[in-house]
Design a protein around this ligand. Sequence first.
Ligand SMILES: Nc1nc2c([nH]c(=O)n2[C@H]2C[C@H](O)[C@@H](COP(=O)(O)OP(=O)(O)OP(=O)(O)O)O2)c(=O)[nH]1
Length: 129
Amino acid sequence: MHTLIVTAAIIHREDKILIAQRKRDADHGLKWEFPGGKLKFGEDPRDGLRREIKEEMDMEVEVGEIFEVVSHIYGERHILLLCYTCRYLGQRPTTRDCQDFRWVTPQEMDDYDFTAADLPVVKKLQLKS
Ligand SMILES: Nc1nc2c([nH]c(=O)n2[C@H]2C[C@H](O)[C@@H](COP(=O)(O)OP(=O)(O)OP(=O)(O)O)O2)c(=O)[nH]1
């Protein structure tokens, strides 16, 4: 049993936010999430998030303020999810290490099957929109 720190990006483009679908063979395969990934030992969370967005979508973002922190347990795994508000810098995302991606409004997020840890984040975005 252990705790994983995961960073995730809430990337705004006008009234939409970028969401990514996990690869079929990943854990939580084909679920939707906010782009990001696991923090490496000793890494600054904002640097880790920028690295993950580059690896996953070949895109640069400016990482801003923390939006939400979620503590969630998946069986034997405890995840601490750090969600940061990010600024879109105009580059087109790619599916370098994700199945798919979409730009959606918070209300449209109801149509996507998100990982369980993300549900409070989706709710908070919907309340704010
Ligand atoms: N990136 C991301 N991961 C999330 C979210 N919600 C959520 O429960 N997770 C979980 C899914 C995974 O178990 C874990 C993140 O792992 P990951 O597989 O995306 O990270 P990674 O790219 O560093 O992984 P790896 O393939 O290099 O091992 O956190 C989310 O919104 N974004």
